[in-house]
Design a binder for this molecule. Structure first.
Ligand SMILES: [Zn+2]
Length: 124
C-alpha cells in the first residue's frame, strides 16, 4: 500500500534505505541526517493509512508529498509541516544543528563541519 517514490538532487549525499512497516522499500535519496525526521512520518503514514508518494530535498529543505486519507489529513499535515520546518535547522548529512548554506546555485542545510567538507558557505 505504501508506494514511496523518492527523488531529488542530493549530490554527494549518501543513499540510505528505510523499510516501512509492511516491508515496502523506502529509498531515501537525501543525507542520513534527516532520517530521524522521516522515520516518524513513515510510521505515521502506516498508522493512518496515508501514502507517502515522494520524499526529496528541494532548495536545501525536506519536501514530503503524500496522499492523505480524509480522516487523518490533519495529523499527517501537522507532522509533515513540523518535519519540513526542522529540516531547515538540521544538517542533512549528520543530523546535527545546521543552517541553510550555499555553494554556487546549490542550497543545503548543513552543520559547519559538513559545510566545510562539501564546500558550502553560509548565505550572505
Ligand atoms: Zn553535519
Amino acid at each position: 500500500m505504501y508506494i514511496i517514490v523518492l527523488s531529488g538532487v542530493c549530490g554527494a549525499s549518501q543513499l540510505g534505505n528505510l523499510m516501512s512497516k509492511d516491508n515496502h522499500l523506502v529509498a531515501l535519496e537525501c543525507g542520513n541526517g534527516w532520517r530521524a525526521l522521516i522515520e516518524p512520518l513513515v510510521a505515521l503514514a502506516n498508522e493512518c493509512d496515508a501514502t507517502i508518494t515522494q520524499i526529496k530535498e528541494k532548495f536545501g529543505l525536506l519536501r514530503v508529498y503524500y496522499d492523505p486519507d480524509q480522516m487523518t489529513n490533519d495529523r499527517m499535515e501537522d507532522a509533515v509541516d513540523r518535519a519540513e520546518g526542522l529540516s531547515g535547522v538540521t544538517c542533512e548529512m549528520c543530523g546535527a544543528p545546521g543552517k541553510l548554506m550555499t555553494s554556487g546555485h546549490w542550497l543545503k542545510t548543513l552543520c559547519a563541519n559538513d559545510a566545510l567538507q562539501l564546500g558550502y558557505k553560509k548565505r550572505a
